[in-house]
Design a protein around this ligand. Sequence first.
Ligand SMILES: C[S@@+](CC[C@H](N)C(=O)[O-])C[C@H]1O[C@@H](n2cnc3c(N)ncnc32)[C@H](O)[C@@H]1O
Length: 304
Amino acid sequence: MQLTDPKGRMHQIVLQPGGTFHTHRGALSHDDLIGAPEGSVVIAVGGTAYVALRPLLADFTLAMKRGAAIIYPKDAAQILAYADIFPGARVLEAGAGSGALSAWMLRAIGPGGHLVSFERRPDFAAIARANVQKYFGEVPAWWTLVTGDLSAKAALGLTRAVTPATAPGDSGAGGEDGAVAGSVAGDGPEAFDRVILDMLAPWDCVADVATAVIPGGLLCCYVATTTQLSRVTEEIRAHGGFFEPAAWETLMRGWHLDGLAVRPEHRMIGHTAFLVTARRLADGVAAPARRRRPAKGAHGEDAE
Ligand SMILES: C[S@@+](CC[C@H](N)C(=O)[O-])C[C@H]1O[C@@H](n2cnc3c(N)ncnc32)[C@H](O)[C@@H]1O
């Protein structure tokens, strides 16, 4: 449950019979909440009222244990929409980090989809797994978390191992130990609908993941700096297998609402990252020439 006090401070707890939630404003018995409808108001011993609601996924990801920095809900929402993460999609992701984006995508694709997430750091992979497990109550059968560097070849082996009949993508189909399951008849070598990269050097992975995404599929990169944005975009263009990339950022500004005092909040998260997406072209197709001539000096003084 998520308990919110009158000042808007939130606490997330797992209810247990006989359990107690302690704050500096007094204790609150879990039993007062167990069986009560969501949206109940409970009063701590010190008299403070708490509103009790199940945390939304946005609340959960912001409060969960972090290893690597997470993708914030505002950006996860953009990725779900503009990277077109649909029910049943086969998605390849790296790195899993703390598992925040994994949780959003697992929920969006549902049991008919398959998410293969690579994470090179075993400690972060363990955190991602624990966070996802906590949110879903168990590790979703449609998730394969691989500890190791992203590899399209290994990912394709995993996705082919999952067919509707064998869908439990449990640890037997990869799991956290990174073992790649044997191949089962699948849908060809280009088996992912979407690839999402959130890592320091996504340009190193563009050529590799291009072999794993279906024609018409989509590559989405989340990068924190303009230098990364430029480098990955030019890498995508130079590869030739993608249609012209699109890039943007999202600024989300909360509003203070109090009677006639309605104004933007003074504080906001001013910057998280940029997103860049590009659609995969069919093999053997040349990317059409860009409509606009590059700006003078955009590619260095000597460039044509
Ligand atoms: C910023 S974190 C990802 C956070 C994650 N998207 C989330 O929402 O919780 C970036 C992660 O990428 C991992 N990483 C970087 N390069 C990688 C690669 N080539 N293969 C697999 N993981 C990689 C890092 O270890 C790090 O944990």
